[in-house]
Structures are given as C-alpha cells and as structure tokens.
Write a protein that binds this ligand. Structure first.
Ligand code: 26Q
Length: 820
C-alpha cells in the first residue's frame, strides 16, 4: 500500500505463464503436499480431490478476473433465486476448461481414475428440484454464451435433506455439505452488506417542510458474499454465482450488556446466523414460516444493494442510466419482495421520488412463474410483515393503492375485480399475494412451457393479462447439454461426435444432423452398445443402493422427480401392479421384460407423498421376492435421488415416464434430459411434453391420457368406481391393493391411497387415465421388441432435442426479456 492510501495494484504476470497444462501435474503435487500438507493418497480420495479442485480453480481464477474486467460498465442481469441446484463442480469445470486429458495424465502419478476422485465431491444440493436445477442450467448457458449474468442465491449451511429408506419409508437426514470445506467458494467478508429487520418507521420533516420516512431501531444482520465460479464452455468466460451467508453484526444489545449479560448478548448472535442455516423443502406445511420470509428478504435486499453499490461506484447517485444497465430476473415469487425493496432503497437511501423509483423498478424487474397450482401461490400474513418488515409493508400498501386506481379505470365500479387483483387478500388473516406484487412490479412475466403460459393467460392470471397483455411471454425451459449429455454420457457423446464432429456441445442445434443416421444399421448397433454400457453402470448403482439386481437385457423404465400426487408416481406403480398381476396369471406372451426404477424425495410434511413411497417400496419387495416374476419384472426405489444420481440414471434409461395430470406440470426438465440421452417418452400432453412430442413427431412418443382442456368437464361428473368396475385390469389392480397383498403385516396403511383413487373428488384423475396408460405401455412393449425400430426412435429423440438446450432458452431470455 502506498502512502496516498490508494490500493496498490497487484499485477499478475501473464496467467498462461503461471498456469498451463505442462505444469498441471506439478501444481497438483504442490497443492497436495503443501497447500493441504498431505503425503499419502487416502482411501476416500478426499485430499486428492481437494488438491485437484484448487489446481483447477487456479485456472478458473485467472479467467474469472479477466471476465470481470471486461464486463465493467456493461448492462448486466441479476438472476435471483432461493435455489441453485448445482450438483458437483469439478467435472463440469474440467470439461468447460478443456482440461480432461491434462487432469487424467496428472492423476496417473497417484494411481487413480478421475472418476474415483470425483466421487469425493459432495453435491451442492441447494435446491428442491426443477426450479433450482433450471437456475443451475441457466448459469451454465449464460456463461457459455458469454452473457453478463450474475446468479444471486443463499449459501445454505444445510442443503436438500438426504433421504434414507428404512422399512420402505422415507427418513430425512441433514445434508451437511460443507463439512469437508468447499474449495470452489471465495468469501469476501469485507464486502458484507447490512440487512434491516424489525424496528419501526419514523416520519421526519425536513427544514423545507418535505417529509421522508426512516426505518429505525432495526436489528441488523450482515450478508457476507461467497462467490462460486461459473465457467463457460471453452470460451475463456467465468461468471459468478454469489451466495449470501448471514452473520451477526458485532453490535451488542446494549440493554442486555448493561444488565451484565455479556455471554447472553454474544450468544444471541446465533439468531442472525439461523437465516441461512437450511434450505426449506417445498412443503405446504412449511407455508407462512417467518424464517422463510427472512430468507427471502435477506437474499433480495443483499443482492439489490450489491448491484446498486456497483452502479453507484461508477455513476454516482445519478440513476438516469440505471434502467439501461440493470435487469433482475425473479425465479418464481420467492425473491419477489425485491420489488418493494428496490423501491425502499431508491427512495429512502437515495432520496428518489416515488414516481421515478417506480419507473426504475417496473422497468428492471422480470418474473418467471413455475406453477399452475393455485394452492402453491405464495402468500404472507400481513401481520408478519408488520413486525418483521414494517417499512416494506408500507411500500406494498402504497404500490397497491396506486395499482387499484388503475384497476378502477379499467373496470369502473367493479369491486370484485378490486379484491381479486389486490396485492392484499382480505379475510380474518389478511395476506400479501406475492405473485400479484411480482406481476405489478415487472415489465415481463413468463411461463416455462407453451401450454403453461397459455394456461396462465387464460386462467390464473387472466385479469392481469387483460390489463397488460404485453407483459406476458413464454420461455420454454431447457437443460445444459454440457452436463446432461457431454459429461454424463461419454460413450454416446463420442459416438455422436464420430458422426457430426464435436461442435454440438457448443451449438446443440447441430444434433439434428443425427437424424440422417437413424436408419443406419451399423450406427444403430453402436447406439445400442452405448446404451447397454450405460445400463451396466446403472445396474451397479441400483444394486449398491437397493440390493435389487437389474438386468441390462430388460427395458429400463424410469420415473425420477419429486414425489407429488400430480406427478402420479401412483399411476406408475399401479401399472407395475397390473403387469405383476398378468405375470402371476401366466399372461406373459407379449410382455417385454422390464426393470422399473422410481426415485424422488417427498416433502417431510407431505403425508400422502410419503405413503406413496412406502407403497412403491412394498410393491417392489413383493415383486422382487417372487421368482416366477423375475424374468419379466424388477422394481426398485432408488434412495436419495439427486443431481449426481441423475447423471448415471438418464444415460441408461430406455423409457422416460412423464405422466402428470394434464395442466399440472408447468414444464418438466427431467423429460428433456432423458430425451437428449435417447430415451423414448411415455407421457401426457402436459408441460413441455407437448413440445417434445411435436419436435420428435407423434410416432416417436407414447401418448396417453386426458388433455388439459377436457379435464374440467371430466371432473364435473367423475365416477372412479364405475371406471374401476368397467376395467378388468384396473379392477385387478384395486383388488390386489385392497386385499392387502402388499401390506400383509401392516393392515390398513394404504387405505387413504385407495380412497383417493376411488374419490370422485380425486384431483389427479388417476383412475380416469389408467386404461389409456396401460394401453400405451402395451405399445411400448411391442415397440421395444423391435430393437431396430426402437433404436431408430431413440436416435430421432436425441436428434430432435436441440431446442431443449438451455442455450436456446437463454438466447430467448437475452433477446426478448433482457435485451442484452
Ligand atoms: C414454497 C414455500 C415454502 C418453502 C418452499 C417453497 C417452494 C420451494 C421450491 C415452492 C416451490 C419450489 C419449487 C418448484 C419447482 O421446482 N417447480 C418446477 O419448476 C420447474 C422449472 O421451471 C418446472 O419444470 C416444473 O414443472 C415445476 O414443477
């Protein structure tokens, strides 16, 4: 540091001199021996993994710095999400830096495979499912397309719980993913940001008579940034995922301190650190929990302040250019409190008048919706806000008052519209409707698949659509072909590249060229060989995790996703029971042998979902113990389904189960991963399934079930008991369930499942779709018998999956929402 108190510039000599492939092995050895102080490769490979991670990270850091410098002054997007389901980082970094050969060569000296070392990395499971994984795929695509997008999230100490299956039941264990440290994160405690909670609002009158409001006596918490590098695919770009950790300020509670309670006062710091302690499972029984609202505000406030600080550093307090330089994408309503928080910061911290602040806010916020289930729309009790965030509540009231004036202009004298659209739901416990706040405060509102967006416009958000049709748009989800094909399916990737070169990894539209080879017998043979190879890896995983031995010569039929009634894992297991019944009765002539794999976590408080897991496990046990059935059918429930498991599962899958009740699954993204890896889909016309079927042509997709537009009519006069009575197969399934065949020693445990199928109010129409599903499964059996035909369809599925690359999706966000 020089005397002028300027920070001295630390220049790094050309990074390529410091770090290159030739010195990689030496760098690795140095980190192993000196940074970590180890001399022997331990059984677990933990230290070797850590040494390798820091060595690879060194390569990222130099590109990271260059990317940051090149971005100064550019328009940026902040992707705000309570969830980033990143999975493992090491392999993705190696792939994107093109270090594979280098790393493998360096590891030779340690006598171990890269694959073994990778196992030591714990998944970063900072998300529940689709929404969180989508955020992770989007970051990969943004970096690969060299877009200045920064991810903002929470550094949960505990991620998604680990699931164990005990006596067929789900048992949850905390996911202490940081226990062995995290070599990928870089903390910047000096950049911590203050977040206000509690307190009250004072009205201050200035000398000129002007009034302004001050949020005083707050209990502040610090948000400390931890940055994770997000490398683009072989393009020299490294973007940032900034995760916030909550910490106590070093301020004492003075009263307590004066009362002599020094230790109590220090111990109170724990409260602040609770905020980022644990990821909430997607659980309706957790709705309305204050800690969740604290997390949402904590993330929103820290991220907004961060982006504003950056702006003010270069533009001062003149916000004229703010809209041109910033945009915020809200991943569902979870961070939608950002709308009110941006207003607060602009008005209270920068003295910007309401109208100007609103112009800035409503031109920078964009909201993505991920659900059609009305019961899943977030609401917060007003009384919670009053106590926790009094200033924010005032601002929400003011936004609402001004908004309702607009509603009155559009629908004069219509008090019903006023209460339907209001940001506040009246009632004995008034609530803030977060989706309404997000829509009113955003310039863009998007759904995540074509059907989903249409249903939003026609149903859930129809009033808003009438008011502002121009805000609404569709952005069909996608998944990154780097992780979900190139990395996870090496054998297929090599085969694809042998025909069309390797540019498809960067430009995934190129996979369409594969359709030329769909009928090529030699290519088909190699395609099948690759699938068999991948199936062998899954056999090992399933055997190790469940003790069930799958057979690579049988069809692999897979449904992995969160357990939810609308996703209808129940329908799947009912088909399995139907097959089992046929096999027991000797009706095996045209059965194609299959291995059925189901996996997924149930929210801890979701009783029905947990019963479905138990049923699947009991059915699996019964079937797997029956030697007469083994040739035809095996069933397993894979515990603790997560990102790393999917990397082994999707390359090995023949048949992808996407069987939600039509109109309920917003998009689905697992469906896309399976398709890319050459699985055929059996599915309903729901979410992105519709677009998948259109892309691959109806012949190459097994369709069944009621359509979304038919469902209201079906519900009006739904008689499941009649449907059951008229269907021999469904009757046989119900008979097995109701006789207690799968729960001989646990009588009655499936009563509520059985009742739900027979209930005329069954929201998910399980009985209605059963026969149609069973018939579609027979078409699957028949098709699979013709391996050439199946392989042709498999190739065509991969070839048609180009539009389901998240690169394609992100280009649309870039051009139509972000205007980057
Ligand atoms: C709500 C309240 C309290 C605590 C947690 C939550 C919560 C957490 C996560 C609510 C919802 C989620 C996640 C939802 C989700 O993953 N939705 C899925 O998003 C995918 C990406 O767009 C879609 O493909 C799926 O269709 C959709 O179900």
């Amino acid at each position: 540091m020089n005397k002028n108190n300027n920070l001295c510039e630390i220049t790094v000599s050309d990074d390529s001199v410091l770090m290159n492939a030739h010195t990689f092995a030496e760098d690795l050895a140095r980190h192993f021996h000196f940074s970590l102080g180890r001399d022997k490769v331990q059984e677990s490979h933990l230290y070797l993994y850590n040494a390798l991670a820091i060595t690879v990270r060194d390569h990222l850091v130099s590109q990271w710095r260059k990317t940051r410098m090149a971005r100064a002054g550019q328009r940026r997007v902040a992707y705000m999400s309570l969830e980033f389901l990143m999975g493992r980082t090491l392999n993705n970094a190696i792939l994107n830096l093109d270090l594979d050969d280098t790393v493998r060569a360096a590891l030779e000296g340690y006598c171990c495979d890269l694959e073994d070392v990778e196992q030591a990395e714990h998944d970063a499971g900072l998300g529940n499912g689709g929404l969180g994984r989508l955020a992770a795929c989007f970051l990969d695509s943004c970096a690969s397309l060299a877009l200045p997008v920064i991810g903002y999230g929470i550094r949960y100490e505990y991620g998604m719980f680990n699931q164990e299956i005990k006596n067929g039941q789900q048992v949850e264990h905390p996911d202490n993913w940081l226990r062995n440290g995290n070599p990928w994160e870089i903390a910047a405690p000096e950049k911590a940001i203050r977040i206000k909670f509690f307190g009250h609002v004072d009205v201050i009158t200035k000398k000129d008579g002007q009034q302004y409001r001050q949020w005083n006596n707050t209990h502040d918490v610090l948000a400390v940034p931890y940055d994770m590098p997000i490398p683009g695919y072989q393009n020299g770009i490294v973007n940032t995922l900034r995760l916030w950790k909550s910490e106590a300020t070093d301020e004492f509670d003075l009263d307590e301190f004066n009362a002599g309670s020094y230790t109590e006062s220090v111990a109170r710091k724990n409260l602040a650190e609770q905020i980022t302690m644990v990821l909430y499972p997607n659980d309706s029984s957790e709705n309305g929990k204050e800690l969740r609202l604290r997390q949402q505000y904590f993330l929103s406030s820290a991220s907004l302040q961060d982006t504003i600080n950056l702006y003010v550093e270069s533009h001062g307090k003149n916000f004229d250019k703010f809209v041109a330089l910033n945009s915020y994408q809200l991943n569902d309503t979870h961070p939608s409190i950002a709308v009110a928080e941006l207003m607060r910061i602009l008005m209270d911290d920068y003295s910007i008048p309401w109208d100007d602040a609103w112009a800035i806010t409503s031109q920078t916020m964009a909201y993505t919706n991920h659900t059609l289930l009305p019961e899943a729309l977030e609401k917060w009790p007003v009384r919670l806000f009053e106590n926790l965030l009094p200033r924010i509540l005032e601002i929400i009231y003011e936004i609402n008052a001004r908004f309702l004036q607009q509603v009155a202009v559009c629908w004069p004298g219509d008090s019903q519209k006023q209460s339907a659209l209001s940001l506040i739901e009246e009632g004995h416990e008034p609530q803030v409707r977060m989706a309404h706040l997000a829509i009113v405060g955003s310039y863009s509102v998007n759904g995540v698949a074509a059907l989903h967006t249409e249903l939003l416009k026609a149903g859930l958000f129809n009033d808003f659509y009438q008011l502002w049709p121009e805000k609404f748009n569709n952005k069909t989800n996608g998944v990154t072909p780097r992780r979900w094909l190139s990395h996870c399916n090496r054998s297929l990737s090599a085969l694809i590249s042998s025909k069309i070169g390797r540019n498809w990894v960067a430009d995934f539209a190129e996979v369409s060229q594969l359709s030329e080879f769909a009928n090529n017998k030699a290519f088909q043979k190699k395609w099948r060989d690759s699938k068999q190879h991948n199936k062998a890896a899954l056999v090992d995983l399933v055997e190790e995790a469940t003790g069930v031995t799958f057979d690579v010569n049988m069809m692999f039929d897979v449904q992995v996703k969160r357990i939810h009634e609308y996703k209808r894992q129940l329908l799947n297991i009912m088909h399995v029971i139907g097959l089992y019944d046929r096999i027991r009765k000797g009706d095996t002539a045209d059965i194609t042998p299959r291995c059925v794999l189901i996996g997924g976590k149930a929210a801890p408080g979701y009783v029905m979902a947990k019963q479905i897991i138990k049923l699947i496990n009991n059915v699996a046990d019964t079937i797997n113990l029956d030697p007469k059935v083994a040739k035809y059918l095996k069933v397993a429930f894979i515990p603790n389904y997560n990102v790393s498991a999917m990397e082994i599962i999707c390359p090995a899958t023949d048949l992808s189960e996407q069987i939600s009740t039509a109109g309920k699954e917003a998009s689905g993204t697992g469906n896309m991963k399976f398709m890319m890896n050459g699985a055929l889909t059996i599915g309903t016309l729901d979410g992105a399934n519709i677009e998948i079927r259109d892309a691959v042509a109806p012949d190459n997709f097994f369709l069944f079930g009621a359509e979304a537009h038919e469902i209201p009519g079906i519900r009006e006069n739904y008689q499941p008991n009649e449907i059951i009575a008229n269907s021999p197969t469904l009757s046989a399934v119900m008979q097995l369930l109701e006789s207690g065949h799968f729960n001989l020693f646990e009588p009655g445990i499936y009563d509520s499942i059985i009742e739900s199928i027979r209930d005329p109010g069954d929201m998910w129409l399980t009985a209605y779709d059963f026969d149609s599903y069973f018939q579609a499964q027979r078409r699957v059996d028949e098709c699979y018998k013709d391996q050439q035909l199946w392989t042709q369809k498999s190739i065509l599925n991969t070839a048609a999956s180009g539009v389901f690359s998240s690169d394609h999706t992100i280009r649309q966000y870039r051009d139509e929402i972000w205007k980057l």
